[in-house]
Write a protein that binds this ligand. Sequence first.
Ligand code: NAD
Length: 433
Amino acid sequence: MADRYLSFTGTAPGRFLTRRLGLPQPAALSRRSSRHPRFEGTLLHLTAGKSDLDPAPVLARTGLTAGSADPVAVVLDATGVRDVDALAEVHAALHPVVRSVAASGRIVVLGAPLDPADHHQAAAQQALEGFVRSLGKEIGRGRTVNLLRLTDARAAESTLRFLLSPGSAYVSGQVIHVGDDEPTAPDDWDRPLAGRTALVTGAARGIGEAVAETLARDGAEIVVLDVPSAEEDARRVAERLGGTALALDVTAADAGVRIAAALPGGLDVLIHNAGVTRDRRLVNMSAERWSSVLDVNLKSVLRTTDALLAAGTLRRGGRVVATASIAGLAGNAGQTNYGASKAGVVGLVRALAPRALAEHGVTVNAVAPGFIETRMTAAVPLFIREAGRRMNSLAQGGLPVDVAETTAWLAHPASGAVNGQVVRVCGQSLLGA
Ligand code: NAD
């Protein structure tokens, strides 16, 4: 279902009318494509406080040119902000430049982990979250603002490249923590998944199909898993991507065993994308409606992850990316089953991530999509759909490719220091913000 309002506000009369009426002003987002793989232009690197970080070499490798004229990206290193007075330097650094940041440009604030032994540092660093989220809500013109907490710029290279690229068009208002594990730089940053195998569940259509396409673009050998009734579509996707299809219901008790059997050479990237909704208010919800959603969205994710880790199918350096939802973070009327299942995914990710990394060398993260334009959301009644589209800082719905690009960053071989994160792909939705 096309976003006609977005097209209308892209015309001169549409812009004039909607401005006069005080209506939302979505800007067409500059997304990644084969002709536009990265931003070209100026990157402005600023510092607030006394920083020990040296992000300059990593920033130089983004391909952007260091400078200050009409920047397409601004990186403010605020890791050295240790008290409230130093926060004034954050204001002083960004206040004069915000207006000049290009449409669809990026602002990334670098922060330090909160120091539990220093409540002045913790207050100042936590303040950055409120700052970033507020700026994200007011900046407009398709520009995004995110906070990256880190201690080692090299470990955060894949994350910085993602946040400073057109791939992160629908990621705004996020706080991402990156550890300091030694990164594995790929041979080729344009095909980082070359030689790796990725399995995407529910990939016959929608977001899963976009994820499969994006991981294939990044060089992965793709296995397109979907239910037997969607086998034809799964084969079509697999053929297009030069991969294979696996017809399997993820709720089958032996799903893990069957996936392991289909992948004798092992697996590097496991994307849990298959998901269903069966909405009713709790008073009208049958036990069957409840359990069918919990089974697909949560139980199967737990069961297959456990099975593939235990069997050693997921190789060291492997990546698991599960799919939560902002409905799991904020809750949504009529979705107690879905909200519970997606919140459960968050719990699974946070608890398993440190253990999976320590014991198996595998990272575990989640994407939490907001309103994404798919068949699932096209079926939502008109007024609720319009509200879902507009109630975010970018005033529009995301596209499946936005979730796919975020997934590809988490699946990246150089993202080993990104673990246990739940990253919203929601244009900074007001829900659960
Ligand atoms: P979709 O309905 O278009 O696609 C889901 C796919 O999963 C389908 O191909 C379906 O056949 C497959 N699937 C369902 N049950 C399965 C099972 N038991 N075994 C194997 N495959 C199964 O949905 P979508 O909009 O592309 O959503 C993908 C994921 O993103 C889901 O987990 C969904 O909950 C989540 N999500 C979507 C949105 C959105 O706005 N579309 C928002 C938040 C979260």
